[in-house]
Design a protein around this ligand. Structure first.
Ligand SMILES: [Zn+2]
Length: 206
């Protein structure tokens, strides 16, 4: 009797799985923490009257207002122009336990020819593979928007990607020191495109 019982149980399991898993599986809710870098007295990269803290805050706000997917829940480490210490940003993110932390930055370099988007993950993290996969997907999504060239995914030990207990990617959205990047980063339409690509990517990982 042992074998038929097992077979019966197996068949029951398959049938019930078929019923609980129809063609319309329940959409998964995804939680993402957007970390708009710098803020308050910390301006980040600066070029004349343009600064990093403002650009990343504008893009974070666009991500918030353009998100129409009720299964995508976006959280923020800051929602206004305030200074939030690095340690606190990681604590906020880790307390939420999101599926992903995305830290938004803008770069600057003495070499004015340097341009493009760069992605950073922390290689020694237990979640390196997951973070790296997210960076690959996000890079692919952002490359559809032809305004910026996509740089490689690099290893770094920046605070939030190092100390996050969930997958984390830091993006440098372009160089304020490069005229072309600066023009794009400060253009409303281009900021919308960046925000839309990020949202598209987030929806795709549900
Ligand atoms: Zn920065």
């Amino acid at each position: 009797m042992k074998k038929p019982t097992q077979l019966f149980l197996l068949l029951t399991a398959i049938i019930s799985f078929a019923f609980v898993n129809p063609n319309h599986p329940k959409p998964k809710q995804i939680n993402v923490v957007i970390d708009a870098a710098h803020g308050g007295h910390d301006f980040g990269a600066v070029s004349n009257s343009i600064n990093e803290k403002q650009i990343v805050e504008q893009i974070a706000n666009k991500i918030k207002s353009l998100n129409k997917d009720k299964n995508v829940v976006i959280h923020f480490t800051r929602s206004s122009d305030v200074f939030v210490p690095l340690k606190e940003r990681t604590e906020i993110a880790n307390a939420i336990k999101p599926d992903l932390v995305l830290s938004l930055h803008v770069n600057s370099n003495t070499n004015k020819d340097k341009s493009g988007v760069e992605f950073f993950v922390y290689k020694d993290s237990k979640l390196y593979k997951e973070s790296n996969n997210f960076a690959v997907k996000l890079s692919a999504e952002m490359s559809k928007n032809n305004s910026f060239e996509m740089g490689e995914i690099k290893n770094a030990s920046y605070s939030i990607i190092k100390n996050a207990t969930v997958p984390a990617v830091l993006i440098e959205l372009g160089y304020l020191s490069n005229e072309k990047d600066k023009k794009h980063l400060t253009n409303e339409k281009e900021q919308n495109k960046i925000a839309e690509s990020i949202l598209q990517f987030v929806s795709s990982i549900k």
